[in-house]
Design a protein around this ligand. Sequence first.
Ligand code: NAX
Length: 437
Amino acid sequence: MAMLQRLAQLSRRSASLASSPFAASYAARSMSTKMTPAAAIKAMEGLQSKLDDAMQKMMQEKGDAFSKNEFYKMVDETPELKEALSKYRELDMDVEWSWARIRSMKAGPLTAPPVTVTVTGAAGAIGYALLFRIASGEMFGPSQPVNLKLLDLPAAQPALKGVMMELNDCAFPLLKSMTAADDPMKGFAGCDYAVLVGAKPRSKGMERADLMKANAEIFSVQGKALNAVAPKAKVTVVGNPANTNALIASANAPDMNPDQFTAMTRLDQTRAEHQIAEKAGVTVEEVDRVVIWGNHSASQYPDISHATIQGKWAKEVVTDEAWLKNEFIPTVAKRGAEIIGARGASSAASAANAAVAHVRDWFLGSDGRWVSMAVPAVGDFGMGTGIFYSVPVVCYPGGVYKRVGGVSIDPASAEMMEKSRLELVEERNAVAHLLPK
Ligand code: NAX
């Protein structure tokens, strides 16, 4: 399992390798070498095996201590491997993609029983960025077959059909079956994991309260359906307002443990990690233990009080308090709006990436790393109960997460955390009619 975990972790850096946009750019790159794509692939194969063997060997030797940077360092110091890598570059190939290809094709026999995952809102923007990555093995690991169940509204079925045609056209070895549904009872039937992306967007002139109400109804129906047809499922809510939607779905699933429901704040975490890494002039991999507290909304609190940068306390590296307060926190909290402003569309690819990371860690474990998830509040950190509140957790292989305990909270953090808690209580009160007693 350790090796698979490590592969899955490494693959978070790999591109959406087999998505159709990739296929197009791959063809374009191959053209630039004046080789046909087939000839380029053929030319790569021997080099891939050589590098793959070296990687496997290093993984066996180092186990969990294996890191990709170390691997590249070793390649750099081994003339034969260095030459193999440089030949890749001559082929004008994206090395990250090459590694993904090795992993997706050579990770071992696909003997594990498939994991069944339902994605709602599958025909939407996040769905389009997410499904290809699930089917390629990035969510559940490179040798874990998957069944995809795609749920969307009746009106979205024609578009969904097109997405399924593209998924089929990718011929993903891991994709064992795929079905579409517009009825939650069919869409969730027997799923092991459910990623609830589909939600009603805020239309022009719509009040927040109306948006909350419309989404609350969707998630109460879906909670009931999950309870009836997939009571063992592990559920990740992405659709907004994510925390309160998770609360509603969970409250409507009386036979399921509330801990089976989570809401995604991973995108906020990765946004925060990037901001801190950039400010400190380090890579994101050198930043650890950034925490997102509270609601996936502008009231969230991205907290670096417990974070480390290259093993040192982040607060001792980033000492610019004014930047932390006036730039870092607002930038992370309002990043979604900034992206809509810049690209005229919402952040679909990074949201899909966060969903891949959230579920992957839940399924394969986070290897001791803290990751933020909105989970049922259990009274710690003074947050009471009856809301879904984002906290740091550590995940263990097989779908287990544990809240990180004993985290000290300074007064300034407590104030920020309380603001987000109050907002969540307000959201809960607005949908109280959909929360069975
Ligand atoms: P899109 O509008 O592109 O897609 C939404 C899809 O959901 C559509 O295909 C729609 O037909 C479907 N849908 C609507 N109601 C449904 C229902 N009852 N059952 C099944 N499907 C249904 O939105 P997209 O950009 O994909 O965003 C989806 C949701 O993610 C939104 O609520 C958005 O606010 C939320 N986000 C959450 C993030 C997070 O970090 N938690 C970040 C990104 C994103 O903003």
